[in-house]
Design a protein around this ligand. Sequence first.
Ligand code: SF4
Length: 708
Amino acid sequence: MSRQPAPRITTCPLCEAMCGLLVEVDGRRIRSVHGDPEDPFSRGYICPKAAALADLHHDPERIRTPLIRTGSDWREASWDEALDRAAEGLAGVRRRHGRDAVGIYYGNPVAHNLGLLTHGLAFRRAFGSRNIYSASSADQLPQMLAALRMFGHFGLIPVPDVDRTDFFLVIGANPLVSNGSLMSAPDMRRRLAGIRARGGRVVVVDPRRTETADAADEHLAVRPGADALLLAALLQVIVSQGRVRLGRLAGRVKHLDVLAAFVRNLPPERVARRTGIAPAAIRRLAAGFAHAERAACYGRVGLCTQRYGTLAAWLQQALNLVTGRLDEAGGMLLPTPAVDVLGISARLGWRGTVGRWRSSVRNLPEFGGELPVAALADEIEHAGPRSVRALLTVAGNPVLSAPNGQRLERALETLEHMVAVDPYLNETTRHAHVLLPPAPPLARPHYDLALNAFAVRNVAKYAEPAVSGSPGQRHDWEILVELGARALAPRPLRRLVTRAARALRPERVLDLLLRLGPHDLTLARLRDMPHGVDLGPLQPGRIAGRIATPDGRIDLAPEEFVREAHDRLFAEADGDGTSGLVLIGRRQSRSNNSWMHNSRRLLKGPARCTLLVHPADAAPRRLATGDPAELRSEAGAVTVPVEVTDAIRPGVVSLPHGWGHDREGSRLSVARSHAGASANDVTSELHLDALSGNAAFNGLPVTVRRRS
Ligand code: SF4
């Protein structure tokens, strides 16, 4: 009797949760993907997307050979020819128009890719362009800017100690579906149940009764765009009742007086109308949070992607700080990852930058070397010395993930040259002239360099490739190395540069970083522990040593935040938002942003790209569940089926992002058969968080009407 080979042990690379996987392989075929019960972090948990990694691997539409555009069609090419064509196009544009003429866009999967993290930065630096963009500015820039101004380092973003907290206040986040974001935490259902089992409390603030809100003790249906006001009112109650306690950070904080003076003007009564939360409920929430023995206030994508995202992120951290939750067990802590990315970057002087240059058209600020993706269409379309004439996208689909995707799409059509490093001909990459497909995720080694810095427990795990690669395949980082050498190095030196860069494999860099880390680990030691190693709970008292502001103190009221609040937030407090409908997004457990929609197993079942409408808004529009409706904003319109539900607050409608697979020219037949509509055909590149330039997807005024 033949024995089945042991399953390969690896880590799911799809999201921040880093779930451990067991992959059964038969030759080159993946037979199954299961959760790894011996993984110390995820303990066997996986979500539906993990099994779909097999679909991704075997998808006949996943591109395996480089493609070169021929008019409206494509032809397969050798790696040599495709890399030469891609590099010549980029180099030619750089030569003719200058270094800023080559733009680069990095998609979200880059954060989960060891090789792209170890080699991507050098590639970007080598090109020297000021037109760098990424998914960060459609997601988390407000948290990073708040961290930079308050703590002096854009990566100093504390994570909730969910496994020990007694009061978990969740604002604009849905961790039951995301399994944490800037908070890696697989199996959030178990973790939330744990809080309640030990007598704690979970409160969710969100315009929608999300999956997390359904599992919580209390849901407060805030009006979109009002999180900063709600947080200011919570702070007002705490300050006015003398409940401030700075705990162990007391000697390291400045401008408490400025914060107190600012929030004094925003009591619950003043913000009640705009937030939609009654003063009594705000006072009760403030008291509950302040009184709890251990509490943590966590805010994520919904909190960031609104017009006052940076102010909300600031006030969220301020709430944690003035109630003594920062740097305490059960509050907000800094992990101690095996690769100390925060410490290394601080030692190298990479604490974060803002405003070193600005976008040409709308004067939006650079942040950490990048411009906001909301500026990308502008920078392509305008004719100026710094306009983008060629674009390289790496693991990104900004046509579906950036605001006003239709305008961006039109702009892409005007580029002189476009190269995509991507496994699919998707809604964005179909505009490329050359497509360079990387090896699939399960064929590459895995270590989460970035996301362990946000994990709710200190863990480390290195995984060898779960499946062997196909002959001739290249990893993303190898493609960038070859592309960079061919585009930038003098011809006689290209081979030498490529060889030198390839010799420094990601695994070697990882080994070095582990040796420099705080846990005395090496790659060899991690290889001996294939399920991963538990390095213990997060430790209190780490933040004080990491404060990187010039005077070594946490700034509770950064000047530009207070100024922005005075300029705009007070006026907002006295308004009621909009008298019409506003749009918010939503995340779905069977979607991974704009990709993984070519997996039948993930798409089966009822249509998921639906517009949630409250019965009170549906009735006057004669809308019932299943009816097609036109959703329109100033930026554009889509037609989507309606789902009438009281899970959304009146005056708000919700459409998930990542859909809209009906564009001609993509090769995603399964996705096309469940196309849905792109929320970003409606969102606006002009609707921004002013301080960071982050896209404000939520709170956008829209109209909804029945389509016959
Ligand atoms: S939650 Fe799902 S997608 Fe995320 S790492 Fe775990 S299995 Fe993968």
